[in-house]
Design a binder for this molecule. Sequence first.
Ligand code: SF4
Length: 379
Amino acid sequence: MAGNVTVKGWCPGALRPMLSGDGLVVRVRPRFAALSRNQVLALCDAASRFGTGVIDLTNRANLQIRGVTEAAWPELIEALGEAGLVDDDAETEERRNLLVAPDWIDGDDTHRITGLLLNRLNALPSLPAKVGFAIDAGPAPLLSYESADFRIERNESGQLLVRADGRDKGALVATPEAAVDALIALAHWFVDSGGLDAGRMRRHDADLPEWAAPRISPAQAARVPALGIHRAGTLYGLIFGQVDAGNLRAAVEQTNAKGMRVTPWRRLILEGGIPGLPCSGLVLDNSAPELNADACAGAPGCEQATVATRELARQLSGAVEGHLHVSGCSKGCARRLASDICVTGREGRYDVIFKGRADGEPDITGLTASQLLEYFGVK
Ligand code: SF4
């Protein structure tokens, strides 16, 4: 791995926030990947009142308020709690590490399995904080490339299956109830078979139990849906996964949205209301170059960063071919997959990795921001 980073090994929540360069990071995990209209408005108010006024949508489809002071945190939690956006305790919040395919409809299998699992969180063993579940039971998997350790998907024939991450096949499960039983049993098997040492399922190479043996392929993964009219409402893009809380509030009011769905693709769905309405700070143009770029908070927001990221990514995004990732350090929080061009900060300068991840071996090292811009022909 290039450079030195501190891997904290846990994910912040609302009840267990993380201290970063610009204050506390408070992360809300929406249940069912959905918020009601009132919850969205309460979140916007909370971000404006207690944070920087910007809301981050993370690549695990969580919503994050940054820049919260320790003094303000209790009041923020009270406001979020009144809106039904926090759990009863930090342990429940940590266990509720679920990625839910955002296009579910009431009563379908994604919705049912998520509800059943939420009711049985106490049956899960204690797992590493980053270990999570993807409930992805639509006709074709939507979350195959997103971070999760245990997945519910469907095969080409429409049968439900449970799949351990890192295995390209899964095992059939007959019903939503059986799917939840299988997820819980796999989590226990992971712990009992030494998975805690590996940390994540894809790094755990023990043989799966016979009942979960990988025999059935999931259906071919679906593409990330395009921006614009969506069956649940309108899908909007967020540049670098950020939205100004005032803009989000205005968008909810202008479109008369009845709620919001969150996705792990830096996109959100405003449910119902006026479809396809352009809204300030939300992107509808599928060709916007910034949508093909990822950038983490960088300096000064993240204490591990020695370089700024997002303004540079904005400048570079229209000038480079393919996917761009600008990472404040080699941890690569904004994207775990390889990018065509990955720029990684190290000791106040930038390294460039072609076709790699933020922790890859750099092809070019030690550029200043202006040298980097010049290299890619940005005037
Ligand atoms: S990748 Fe970015 S956000 Fe993550 S630790 Fe490094 S600088 Fe911070």
